[in-house]
Design a protein around this ligand. Sequence first.
Ligand code: GAR
Length: 190
Amino acid sequence: MRVVILGSGRGSNAEAILLAKQAGRLGRAEGVRIFSDQPDAGILALGPRFGVPATYLDPAPYKTKLDGEGETLYIDAIKASRADLIVLAGFMRVIKPRFLDTFAGKIINLHPSLLPSFPGLDAIGQAWRRGVKVAGCTVHYVTAEVDGGPIIDQTAVRIEPTDTLETFTAKVHAAEHALLPAVIARLSER
Ligand code: GAR
């Protein structure tokens, strides 16, 4: 199963995937490569570190969605990589129908809340401000409904009275770093 990771940020989840691959914990997943819509994103530095292709792809002309010329660029690059699974790991753009239809059933997303609670931006902050006692993270299939596709797996994280936003955030990220590689490994064995 060939895997493409799309990310916009520091890439800690892409790093977790690549560390799992190195440790032989990524099932039959292989040929991992990274594309980013941010030329300076930390995720691109993982390429040389892990010896995998990591490429900036210009998402223009839109700022918050992948559409038009940018969408075509991504579709062509992902097709050329013969990806079986597209992993959105902090890819902060709305995916539109042409992309979804091209890779139907092959796109998964990581979200830092127990969906359907707290979709959208700053999910960790939303959960913290709402005062929930159990939060977590979700991996789900991507559909046209933002953060709304079928849930594949989730990990719960308890918020203790001693937690601060910082310690809670760190717990959610640690849960993500375990959950996402485990889901990819499982999908690769099907
Ligand atoms: C992760 O916490 C992921 O759940 C979140 O972005 C972060 C990326 O971190 N994604 C979303 O909020 C998507 N709605 P990373 O760049 O260190 O992997």
